[in-house]
Write a protein that binds this ligand. Sequence first.
Ligand SMILES: C[S@@+](CC[C@H](N)C(=O)[O-])C[C@H]1O[C@@H](n2cnc3c(N)ncnc32)[C@H](O)[C@@H]1O
Length: 283
Amino acid sequence: MRDPDRLLARAGVRGDPDRDQHFLVDDRVLDRLPTYITEIDADASHLLEIGGGTGALTDRLLALAGDDGNVTVVERDRDLAAFLREEFREEIDADRLTVIEGDALEVDLPAFTASVSNLPYGVSSQIAFRLLPEKRPLVLMFQQEFAERMVAEPGTSEYGRLSVSTQHYADVELVETVPKEAFSPPPAVESAVIRARPRDPDYEVDDEEFFLRFVKALFTQRRKTIRNGIRNTAHISGLERPDAVVDAADEDVLRKRPDAMSPSAFAELAQLALEVDTPAVDG
Ligand SMILES: C[S@@+](CC[C@H](N)C(=O)[O-])C[C@H]1O[C@@H](n2cnc3c(N)ncnc32)[C@H](O)[C@@H]1O
């Protein structure tokens, strides 16, 4: 495997934190990341990496994909993309690696089978919610506090809109926390890796967009009861008759606060809200 410090030296770059550049330099962490894919027997024939940097993780993903598989890496920084094309010329010529130079929020993504990425933290949420609906196994590095909110259970202080919307798409677990020293330059906060295994939720929602908007609306009033939340957030949820929704809902639910509501309880309430109200379409 390529040595991360040598890759940094060959690229001749110093990571720029203002451009979300914190390169993994701890071999043990780099070597472990692909194992979170093999552990669950996921299809590794086409791996996607967002934010290739100097290619230390890319190298491990090429090994994971094997000689018959391939990897696509997206990198926004022009110099780093040029370095990746030079460093991995053989793999590119053998059609085992594709380097896409561009912003991961804008470029067309290939039909990947799984993604392993040490995400640029400034846009990690937007990238995660680009990847999760693709319903592929994901192993993603985030700021630790963000990762903890993604995997949080109802009734905890970390549980919120992010937990419900993440868990709508996948079973998620926090598989590893990563200290700052594993990166060069070290980020300001600790990091953590989550693994997402796609599955259908154990509830039905007819209008996914409304469900996610309704959950977002109610969590803006985290300390209020669901009763008050429904009434106070119609401008966000788009409900036109919030009082009618309150009249139709169970008293037990109306008395709760959002952080005590499981995703399926939100889904049931969202379905009811749709039955008694036709929400205005966003935008
Ligand atoms: C945290 S570093 C990870 C680099 C490398 N994968 C590693 O683990 O060492 C994130 C990388 O994403 C790139 N990046 C930042 N914003 C991006 C964006 N919007 N789209 C694609 N890449 C981006 C940065 O230039 C940087 O190389």
